[in-house]
Design a protein around this ligand. Sequence first.
Ligand SMILES: Nc1ncnc2c1ncn2[C@@H]1O[C@H](COP(=O)(O)OP(=O)(O)OP(=O)(O)O)[C@@H](O)[C@H]1O
Length: 308
Amino acid sequence: MQECIIELNQISKAYRSRTVLHPIDLQLYRGEIFGLIGRNGAGKSTLLKLLGGLIYPTGGSMRLFERSTCEQRSLHERMGLLVENPGLYTQLSGFDNMELLADAYGMKARKPRIEELLDRVGLADSSRRKVKEYSLGMKQRLGIALALLGSPDVLVLDEPINGLDPQGIVDIRHLLLELNKTGLTIVIASHILEELSKMATRFGILHEGRMVEIVSRDELLQQCEQRIEIRLTEPEAAIPILEAELGIRRYKLLDSQLLQVYDEHAELYQIHAALVKGGVTVHGIARQQVSLEQYFLERTGSGGVRNA
Ligand SMILES: Nc1ncnc2c1ncn2[C@@H]1O[C@H](COP(=O)(O)OP(=O)(O)OP(=O)(O)O)[C@@H](O)[C@H]1O
């Protein structure tokens, strides 16, 4: 069974009288990569800051690692944050930046740990170079190493790939996937849906301060999978034909007149011919595919929220 390590119950946030996060319920599970998607101003950073204990909620409660954060605020220390600018000392080397934070943590025997982390984020060879000479991607990787210094259970990242070139994006993705393989839970906010979809195992869609949908990777991929839509009046007659004649096993009856077939090998003309031969009247048949972008826009577009 999945272990829930973060639980938000009706968490909300207002600045003065302006509500920027409406009550949100959310459970995060150990080992997952949770992707938070939303347009600019949707409330992603606010939610991440609440998770990291950088700001206080206006309402609701939060449980971290099965304890209430009211009982113990230090629970937030089990999270590694890269939420705002990592606050790097650019005149110092990557190693020295790590050492300063290790000092603040009061870490003993830190050199091997720092070297291990810099190696893990791919900065071993540049660890003695000044940060001002680092590329944006290198700075982000150093930010991640800093966030990992306290050996967190959860890594919380706000737009870590913003502004990176394609190679920088791939490097960060590989790094995060590797870290996740070691058991680290990751919460990552991004508006680059395509990239997020290559990492996250679950997605939360934030829109105007509301969590409008939480969807697993499998559900999302299924929603965006290529499918054949058949409009017909007798689906109960059509299904046995599709199964017996064409060996189609993956289909979904959306309503009494719309059948969706998920089978990349199925051909439109074969389906049409088999149904007609079996005496089924077909009113329409077409291939459909919803792109990730379309899926996201449907839930956050001017048409408002659509329940999946
Ligand atoms: N300290 C603050 N005081 C007042 N309003 C704030 C404060 N911080 C954020 N907001 C407002 O809260 C809303 C949500 O902001 P937030 O930064 O969480 O959104 P976001 O989804 O992370 O956006 P972006 O992708 O642009 O970073 C915005 O309207 C923003 O103006």
